[in-house]
Design a protein around this ligand. Structure first.
Ligand code: HEM
Ligand SMILES: N[C@@H](CC(=O)c1ccccc1NC=O)C(=O)O
Length: 272
C-alpha cells in the first residue's frame, strides 16, 4: 500500500505533485515575476546585447549581496573567536569570487561595436557607483571615505550603509582580535608581524590562526584577480576612452591594481 502511494505520487507521469494546497510555488518563492521584470533596456530601438549587459550586472549584484552576507558572518565569527566557522565562510566567498571573475568571459562575447550601440546611453552611470562593491572593500579593510564623497546620486539609505561599513570592524580588525585571543600583542605593525611569523612557524600550535590568515590572503588575491581581469576587459571594449563615470577609464582602473586589503600578510612572505 505504501509503495503504491509512493509510485502514485512520484512514479507516474500524470501526477500533479508540487501543487498540494496551491500555496508556495517555485515562482512565488523565488519572486520570479518581480525578478524577471527588472531588465529594462535604455536603448531604443533595443540593442541586442543590452539584455546581456544588464543581466551580467544584476547577477554580480546578487552575488555581492551574498558575499557581504558571508563576510559579515565571517567577521562576526572572528570577533567570537570561532575560527573554524570564520574560515569556512571565507572559503565559500572564494568560490563565489572565482565565479565572478569567470563571468567576464560571458561579457567578452560582446564586441566593442555591439557595446557601442548602447554605451552612449549609459553615461554618467558606471560600476564606480556600485554601493555593494564599495561595501565589500570597506568590510574587507580598504576603508576610503573619499569614495563616499565622490559617489554621485546616492540615496540616503545607501549613504547610511556605506557610513556603517566605515564605522564597523573590518575583517582585519576581527583578525587582530583573533591574534589577541591567541595571546599575541597587536598594538603596532611590528608586533603584528611578529605574531604572524610565530603563527606561521608553529602551525602545530597555531594551525587554525594560520588557516584563517591564508583564507584572508586568498580573499585579497581573488579581489586583485577580478580587478586585473576587469581592466583588461575594459581595454578590449573601450581602449583608452574615458569612462562613462567620468574617470580616465583604464588609466584610473590600473591605478587601483596595487590595492591590497592585508599588506602585512603580503609582507610576511618576505620573511618566511
Ligand atoms: C563592457 C564592460 C565594462 C566596461 C567597458 C567597464 C568599464 C569601466 C570603467 C571605464 C570604469 C571606471 C569608472 C568610469 O569612469 O566609468 C569602471 C569601473 C568599475 N566597474 Fe566596470 N566596466 C565593465 C563591466 C563591469 C562589470 C560586469 C562589473 C561588475 C559589477 C563592473 C564593475 C565596476 C566597478 C565595481 C567599478 C569601480 C572600480 C573601482 O573604483 O575600483 N564593470 N568600469
Ligand atoms: N563605465 C563603462 C560603462 C559600464 O561598464 C557600466 C555602465 C553602467 C553601469 C555599469 C557599468 N559597468 C561597469 O562599469 C564605460 O565607460 O564604458
Amino acid at each position: 500500500m505504501a509503495d503504491e502511494v509512493v509510485a502514485g505520487r512520484w512514479g507516474g507521469t500524470d501526477v500533479d505533485f508540487g501543487e498540494e494546497g496551491g500555496r508556495l510555488t517555485y515562482g512565488s518563492y523565488l519572486r520570479l515575476p518581480q525578478l524577471l521584470d527588472q531588465q529594462r533596456l535604455e536603448s531604443d530601438p533595443p540593442a541586442h546585447d543590452e539584455l546581456l549587459f544588464i543581466t551580467i550586472h544584476q547577477v554580480y549584484e546578487l552575488w555581492f549581496k551574498q558575499v557581504l552576507h558571508e563576510l559579515t558572518a565571517s567577521r562576526n565569527a572572528m570577533l567570537n573567536n570561532e575560527l573554524w566557522l570564520a574560515q569556512h565562510l571565507l572559503r565559500r566567498v572564494h568560490t563565489i569570487e572565482r565565479t565572478l571573475t569567470q563571468q567576464v568571459d560571458i561579457l567578452e562575447t560582446m564586441t566593442p561595436q555591439d557595446f557601442g550601440e548602447f554605451r552612449h546611453r549609459l553615461s554618467p552611470a558606471s560600476g564606480f557607483q556600485s554601493v555593494q562593491f564599495r561595501e565589500i572593500e570597506f568590510l574587507s579593510a580598504a576603508k576610503d571615505p573619499s569614495f563616499v564623497r565622490r559617489f554621485r546620486g546616492l540615496t540616503d539609505a545607501e549613504t547610511a550603509r556605506l557610513e556603517l561599513r566605515l564605522d564597523e570592524p573590518s575583517l582585519w580588525d576581527a583578525f587582530l582580535a583573533v591574534l589577541g585571543h591567541a595571546g599575541f600583542a597587536t598594538d603596532t605593525e611590528d608586533s603584528i608581524g611578529d605574531a604572524l611569523r610565530k603563527a606561521a612557524g608553529d602551525r602545530a600550535h597555531y594551525g587554525a590562526v594560520w588557516e584563517l590568515a591564508e583564507a584572508l590572503l586568498q580573499h585579497d588575491e581573488l579581489a586583485a584577480a577580478w580587478r586585473a581581469r576587469h581592466v583588461v576587459m575594459v581595454e578590449r571594449m573601450i581602449g583608452t576612452k574615458p569612462g562613462t563615470g567620468g574617470s580616465s577609464g583604464a588609466t584610473y582602473l590600473r591605478s587601483r591594481l596595487d590595492l591590497r586589503y592585508y599588506p602585512l600578510l603580503w609582507d610576511l612572505r618576505s620573511s618566511l
